[in-house]
Design a binder for this molecule. Sequence first.
Ligand SMILES: *[C@@H]1O[C@H](CO)[C@@H](O)[C@H](O)[C@H]1NC(C)=O
Ligand SMILES: *[C@@H]1O[C@H](CO)[C@@H](O)[C@H](O)[C@H]1NC(C)=O
Ligand SMILES: *[C@@H]1O[C@H](CO)[C@@H](O)[C@H](O)[C@H]1NC(C)=O
Ligand SMILES: *[C@@H]1O[C@H](CO)[C@@H](O)[C@H](O)[C@H]1NC(C)=O
Ligand SMILES: *[C@@H]1O[C@H](CO)[C@@H](O)[C@H](O)[C@H]1NC(C)=O
Ligand SMILES: *[C@@H]1O[C@H](CO)[C@@H](O)[C@H](O)[C@H]1NC(C)=O
Ligand SMILES: *[C@@H]1O[C@H](CO)[C@@H](O)[C@H](O)[C@H]1NC(C)=O
Ligand SMILES: *[C@@H]1O[C@H](CO)[C@@H](O)[C@H](O)[C@H]1NC(C)=O
Ligand SMILES: *[C@@H]1O[C@H](CO)[C@@H](O)[C@H](O)[C@H]1NC(C)=O
Length: 595
Amino acid sequence: MASSMSLTASLFCLISVAIFPSFSFAGDPYVFYDFRISYITASPLGVPQRVIAVNGKFPGPFINATTNNNVVVNVWNDLDEDLLLTWPGIQMRRNSWQDGLLGTNCPIPPRWNWTYQFQVKDQIGSFFYFPSLNFQRASGGFGPFILNNREIIPIPFAQPDGDIILLIGDWYTQNHTALKATLDAGKDLGIPDGVLINGKGPYQYNSTLVPAGIEYESVPVHPGKTYRLRVHHVGISTSLNFRIQNHNMLLVETDGHYTVQQNFTDFDIHVGQSYSFLVTMDQNASTDYYIVASARFVNGSTWERVTGVAILHYSNSKGPATGPLPDPPNDIYDKERSMNQARSVRQNVTASGARPNPQGSFHYGQISVTKTFVLKSAPLVTISGSPRATLNGISFVNPDMPIRLADQNSVKGAYKLDFPDRPFNRTPHADRSVLNATYKGFIEVIFQNNDITVQSFHVNGYSFFVTGMGYGDWSEDKRGSYNKWDAISRCTIQVYPGAWTAILVSLDNVGTWNIRTENLDRWYLGQETYMKIINPEENGETEMPPPPNVLYCGALQSLQTQHRYSSGGPTLSGTLKFGNVCLMALLGFILYFNY
Ligand SMILES: *[C@@H]1O[C@H](CO)[C@@H](O)[C@H](O)[C@H]1NC(C)=O
Ligand SMILES: *[C@@H]1O[C@H](CO)[C@@H](O)[C@H](O)[C@H]1NC(C)=O
Ligand SMILES: *[C@@H]1O[C@H](CO)[C@@H](O)[C@H](O)[C@H]1NC(C)=O
Ligand SMILES: *[C@@H]1O[C@H](CO)[C@@H](O)[C@H](O)[C@H]1NC(C)=O
Ligand SMILES: *[C@@H]1O[C@H](CO)[C@@H](O)[C@H](O)[C@H]1NC(C)=O
Ligand SMILES: *[C@@H]1O[C@H](CO)[C@@H](O)[C@H](O)[C@H]1NC(C)=O
Ligand SMILES: *[C@@H]1O[C@H](CO)[C@@H](O)[C@H](O)[C@H]1NC(C)=O
Ligand SMILES: *[C@@H]1O[C@H](CO)[C@@H](O)[C@H](O)[C@H]1NC(C)=O
Ligand SMILES: *[C@@H]1O[C@H](CO)[C@@H](O)[C@H](O)[C@H]1NC(C)=O
């Protein structure tokens, strides 16, 4: 780790790896974290504000795990409101009980702790976690979640000389409570106050635009070395263009899948997306260099302040970065530039992913689609006097208890299994409508964005193939343009305004899985639903049972026993048992080849 995230991690992630006798049949190692979520005061843009910290740090520490590890995170809620952490992209096989959304978990009340436990089965790559309730992500609480490959699985590029994690995102100096109130009042959030990089404001590249005294991120590097930059958009709703002065960025991974490797001088990253780039320090270090994340598809002159600037500092640098920032992309003569860039992101079908077989061995292009869903987003509407966002005319209302918990306790009327597969032209309304999906189905989902801004759509519990995107209204003849060979498999995809994106999903993971926009404003106002997927032949038996510490809420509140803690919280100690790590690695190896 070259960035300051490494310090965060080594000081605050207390990891111990040990054998749990009761679970050890699984043979996979455990990683343990204690996360204490609290408010701290920070001034990323020069204005003091309360932000959400994890173990006293903003952004939070990174979770460092390896394919098939069991991850245990004990979360302590020191906020004054409910909390859930969610782990987008982590597939939680058969275990939506750990997904950390209101449709899957009861919230962790203030002064309670709750332990998440899940396995990161057959996954690699770069992800992040964040608090999912009450617009909290706008105040922080996020951090990286990195899944390393097992040593026996090769990566499709030379081992980089270091890892650099960059969390980028648009930011307001108002806190999440104030922003939420703005939306509730039917107002727009307005232009963000800036873009943060690893929780820090911009380097003062221009004294008119950036006040003095702002702490910025500086990334130390050595000449000639190649680093893996893991860039995550943890922000609110603004698409960003990411670039590094004078440096090529070789795209290698996105959302846990290796891409066909391609050089870019700049790259568009949308809310909720993660990308890895290899960057070689091949410049002469006559100065430091700018790392830039600037607002995309906006009026450059009014959005000038919405620009994140960090510094790439060579160990042999001869002076600070000076002069103008590297130019943003110019779309005036090339309206499809961004979409073409997105279309060029394809999967390296021969590279091994988390398993030794090639990523392309699942020949998705040859599988027949069992059902098509068209999910249409539209500009905000007013429902019962309140501004709401919709999908297919439905603005989602969270059930007051998790969907599967309601099922298992035979609570009637907690939600409806009637989410429509087409937009039709219904009068917009608010409802607890969930999509009835068929286990083992192979579905096509068209996200049609008739809203006015780019929306990023995310599906929990799954990775999907992005087979096409285009402007205008989707129609069946568009299928002729689909990529049936090397479409990228990922979990968060942008849909441009006035355009569609088509994905294919193999429904092999039972549970209830959220489909939402990652744009916080639209999500908060109801642009989401869930897919319910049960295995009818075994009456849902392939789904894991609720964990022993499951929380109850809503009509099931009376089943809840106390989890409140008084004071003290987690003890700051942990053990790293190297012997066990080796033993478990060996065991995992043996089990793997018997699998
Ligand atoms: C958020 O901001 C509002 C309005 O400025 C303020 O009243 C509230 O105390 C703040 N909340 C937190 C948790 O800082
Ligand atoms: C992450 O964990 C792996 C395996 O335990 C370890 O080798 C690596 O050094 C860790 N990475 C960081 C940045 O701490
Ligand atoms: C709360 O933390 C304690 C101490 O680590 C742990 O034993 C307990 O299981 C946690 N509670 C829940 C509900 O996970
Ligand atoms: C700083 O930004 C302002 C506003 O865009 C611009 O007018 C000015 O030329 C910039 N200064 C320098 C030194 O580039
Ligand atoms: C990317 O650019 C570098 C030079 O910076 C070049 O050496 C390399 O071959 C390029 N890779 C690809 C895949 O185009
Ligand atoms: C280093 O690069 C800068 C900009 O590319 C150039 O102006 C300068 O002459 C170079 N210096 C050396 C010593 O090569
Ligand atoms: C951008 O905003 C400025 C200031 O409001 C305005 O003068 C200009 O016409 C706008 N440019 C475009 C391309 O809309
Ligand atoms: C694809 O992955 C293979 C490893 O299987 C690697 O050798 C090759 O360079 C990669 N190709 C591209 C275009 O990224
Ligand atoms: C949901 O779909 C299954 C078939 O996959 C069907 O048997 C069931 O009746 C459907 N439920 C509802 C409420 O439509």
